[in-house]
Design a binder for this molecule. Structure first.
Ligand code: PLP
Length: 377
């Protein structure tokens, strides 16, 4: 077997921007304001600026970034929150943690993002059953591509639902040049190291446009604190972002726009190199993906992965089992008609190496392996 190329190469990025990151971290250590230091506020301002609208609140991770707005909206027992099943556990987990009920919605088979038709049917079914109150929808910008907000937003508006963009994988993605917050009430981000904008540890952020919501979320972030310290207005969390992580993210944000373009160049080279050999990702009109993952579909996934591994190309599967098929989530409702597109995708998807620093030789290796697989026999 040949040596494996990296799936994601955080070391290459570190080598490229080492000096500015090291300087940023040393400054925090020298100044000693480890919790909610000045870099945290600066990062929040810069995140909002990068998105072009709203204001940002940092928090401890991308999971809390979804839980905090649910708590601030007062969503809890008896409430229904519509979520995809083809996503990372956090999207549905936070709904259960808030005490509400996740209702699983199917995806579009080409983009893997939430299907507006399935959402509309799921909301209607919950309304008809009359047991739960529909309160919110969490659309995931899966693999870095914005969900179809122009289709989802009217359904949310007509049914009085808060619209949350779980942009954990897609911070920096746009639709018609706009951040998903343009349509959503809240945009949530993860800074997990492997994410397109990753820290050197856990981190997250929430963007919103509404000042009252911002204030409520800020209170939730620090134990529900009220008008003054040690006065509590609500039940909250400890979900602060460390100053060191904020400093690292500020340094990474300086090159983030450039890195999105570098990821796009890798995606373009893949699409050209693969031609019609495999089902390549479909990006909706007007969308810019951050390419958190480059995901294709194959019928014999195990055979494909073994063939690529033999040629030094690692692969990963996001996600082999949809959430509604896992025991802890199996009792929650699904949209009428079930989730056929979700289940089909889970059987076929496979993600290829993707990172901004990918050398041409590695891109060529992936293209040769994928086209070689398609033309075997
Ligand atoms: C879609 C989605 N939502 C939420 C999260 C949670 O983010 P974190 O790992 O920072 O808590 C992730 C990341 O892993 C994710 O991919």
């Amino acid at each position: 077997m040949s040596d494996m190329i990296p799936f994601i190469d955080l070391g290459a990025q570190r080598a490229r921007i080492k000096d500015r990151i090291d300087a940023a971290v040393m400054k925090v250590l020298d100044e000693g304001r480890y919790i909610l230091g000045p870099e945290v506020n600066e990062l929040e301002d810069r995140l909002a600026e990068f998105s072009g609208l709203g204001r940002a609140l940092s928090c401890a991770n991308g999971t809390d970034a979804i839980l905090i707005p649910l708590m601030a909206f007062g969503i809890g027992p008896g409430d229904a929150v519509f979520v995809p099943s083809f996503t990372f556990a956090a999207t549905a987990e936070v709904v259960v943690l808030a005490g509400a009920t996740p209702v699983f919605v199917d995806i579009d088979p080409d983009t893997y993002n939430m299907s507006a038709a399935s959402l509309a049917a799921a909301v209607e079914a919950v309304n008809q059953a009359g047991e739960l109150t529909p309160r919110a929808v969490i659309a995931v910008d899966l693999f870095g591509q914005p969900a179809d907000y122009p289709a989802l937003k009217p359904i949310a508006r007509e049914n009085g639902l808060k619209l949350i963009s779980d942009c954990a994988q897609g911070y920096g993605c746009t639709l018609d040049g706009k951040a998903t917050l343009h349509w959503a009430d809240v945009l949530t981000v993860s800074f997990y190291p492997a994410k397109p904008l990753g820290a050197y540890g856990d981190g997250g952020a929430i963007l919103c446009k509404d000042d009252a919501l911002y204030a409520a979320m800020k209170s939730v972030r620090v134990h529900g604190e009220g008008a003054s310290r040690y006065e509590y207005a609500r039940i909250g969390l400890n979900s602060r972002l460390d100053t060191i992580q904020a400093a690292i993210l500020l340094a990474k944000l300086d090159v983030f726009g450039e890195e999105i373009a570098m990821r796009q160049a890798v995606a373009d080279a893949y699409a050209t190199g693969f031609g019609n050999a495999v089902k390549t990702p479909r990006i909706i009109d007007g969308a810019r993906s951050t390419w958190a993952q480059y995901t294709i579909e194959v019928a014999d996934r195990d055979g494909f992965r073994a063939f690529l591994a033999e040629r030094g190309v690692p692969t990963a599967v996001y996600y082999p089992i949809p959430l509604h098929k896992h025991e802890p989530y199996s009792g929650f409702p699904c949209a009428p008609g079930g989730l056929p597109a979700t289940e089909a995708a889970a059987d076929r998807v496979v993600s290829l190496p993707m990172h901004p620093d990918m050398p041409q030789a590695d891109i060529d290796r992936v293209v040769d392996a994928v086209t070689g697989y398609a033309s075997r026999n």
